[in-house]
Structure formats: structure tokens, C-alpha cells
Design a protein around this ligand. Structure first.
Ligand SMILES: O=C[C@H](O)COP(=O)(O)O
Length: 252
């Protein structure tokens, strides 16, 4: 049985105090209300990672970063390495989010380097993929997403690939309030799984966790998570409210 996961990507939101308050609320609600063994991951901004790691210690909640550098260390002003992330207790790192692809020109090849260094240091990449509205309208969305996976992940050995979590995030659904329909989400998730199968075989494809992201909220999470190939969510806006985030976690 593959792992179910709900990860909250806070993006560039919450001051230090606000972040600690949100994390505490999530930890307390999870303790009282969540009975499932779904993975729960909080991905705050870098400056909150250390303090949030203390708050989640001993709970069901794991910690993730929103990015890392592709090199181990060195003269890269303003950047954060995987070793630093590990040292503050991060277990996951979001890579290839469409916002980083768009605003920081991150290419599939560059992301492959980040995937490699994350895996070498024991961090689980949450690798994001997804198409624009115009790609979908042109009917090239399925091939586009497949190429993102091929170019950033398919050089990995089977054992390394098995450590990666994939997040399908249609760009047109991110922060827009427009969610993919269950049919659209299921179609792409099945295509992704099939693409993995063509490279690594059915056993690996079946074991790969594929999350959905894009305006996922408490009122649509249940139907999205009920899709056979949707294994949870990468949540943006709704992860900024503890009640909403935990309600999404409870949607399995
Ligand atoms: O990483 C999260 C996604 O970009 C989804 O964001 P959203 O839930 O605000 O649409």
C-alpha cells in the first residue's frame, strides 16, 4: 500500500510568530483528531524550520522545506543547502514548484541536480509537475507533464525513484480557486503512474505516492482523495489555516 500524504506549502507567508502559532495549532488538532496513518508534512519558510521542528517533535507531523540549493555548500549568497535543512530536522523538500520554475527559471535539468543532492542527503523530494492552461487547451498537457518527469527523475535508480513523492499541480488551478475536476485529476495521475510503469515497472508505479495540488480545500479534498490514483495533496492557501489543513488531512 503506497503512503498517503498531505503536505502544507506555506509559500512566502507567516511571520515567525504566526508560523509558530499555526504549527502549534496543527500539531494539537492532529493529536486530538487524526486517527489515520497518513503522512502530514508542514513546509514553512526557511527561517521557521528550526522552531517548527521543535514543535512537531514526537508528533505525527513531519517537516519539509520549500526549496534547496543544487550544490552541497559554497559561495552561494542567500541560498540554503540540503545539509542545513537536515540539520534543522527537515525530512522533505519541495522541488520544481511551478512558482520556482516560472520566477527563478528552474529547468528540468537543474531540478534533476536538486533531486540528486536531496536523495544523497536523505531528504525526500516532493517533486512538482503540471501544465499551463494554454498547454491543456492545445492538448499537449499529458506529454508535457511526462517530459517533466522523464527529464528530472528518470535517470534515478529504482531504489532512489521509490523515495520520491510526486505532486501534480495544474498551474491554472494554483491559488485560483479553480480546482481540477476529479476526472481531470484522475486522468493525469493515471497517466503519470503509467509513465512511471513504462520506465520502472508496475511494482514501482504502484508504490509511488502522487499528490494533487491546486485549490484543494476541505470541501473538495474528499472527492479528490477518493480518486484511485490520487494519494493526497500538496496544499497552498488552505494550509495557512490550521482548521482547514487538518480537515483536509481528515478527508482520507
Ligand atoms: O504548493 C501548493 C500549490 O501551489 C497549491 O496552492 P493552492 O492550494 O493555494 O492552490
Amino acid at each position: 500500500m503506497r503512503k498517503k500524504i498531505v503536505a502544507g506549502n506555506w509559500k512566502m507567508n507567516k511571520t515567525f510568530e504566526e508560523g509558530l502559532k499555526l504549527a502549534s495549532e496543527v500539531v494539537n488538532m492532529v493529536k486530538d483528531e487524526v486517527k489515520s496513518d497518513a503522512g502530514i508534512v508542514l513546509c514553512p519558510p526557511f527561517i521557521e524550520l528550526h522552531a517548527v521542528s521543535k514543535l512537531v517533535e514526537g508528533s505525527k507531523v513531519a517537516l519539509g522545506a520549500q526549496n534547496c540549493h543544487s550544490k552541497a555548500s559554497g559561495a552561494f549568497t542567500g541560498e540554503v543547502s540540503v545539509e542545513m535543512l537536515k540539520s534543522v530536522g527537515a525530512g522533505y523538500v519541495i522541488l520544481g514548484h511551478s512558482e520556482r520554475r516560472e520566477y527563478f527559471n528552474e529547468s528540468n535539468q537543474f531540478l534533476a541536480e536538486k533531486v540528486n543532492i536531496s536523495l544523497q542527503n536523505g531528504l525526500t523530494p516532493i517533486f512538482c509537475c503540471g501544465e499551463t492552461l494554454s498547454q491543456r487547451e492545445k492538448g499537449i498537457h499529458l506529454d508535457f507533464v511526462k517530459s517533466q518527469l522523464t527529464e528530472s527523475l528518470f535517470h534515478l535508480s529504482e531504489s532512489d525513484f521509490l523515495k520520491v513523492v510526486i505532486a501534480y499541480e495544474p498551474i491554472w488551478a494554483i491559488g485560483t480557486g479553480v480546482t481540477a475536476t476529479t476526472a481531470q485529476a484522475q486522468e493525469m495521475h493515471a497517466i503519470i503512474r503509467d509513465h512511471i510503469k513504462s520506465k520502472y515497472g508496475a511494482k514501482v508505479a504502484d508504490a509511488t505516492t502522487i499528490l494533487y495540488g491546486g485549490s484543494c480545500k476541505p470541501d473538495n479534498a474528499k472527492e479528490l482523495f477518493a480518486c484511485p490514483d490520487v494519494d493526497g495533496g500538496l496544499i497552498g492557501g488552505a494550509s495557512l489555516k490550521a482548521r482547514d489543513f487538518v480537515d483536509i488531512v481528515k478527508s482520507f
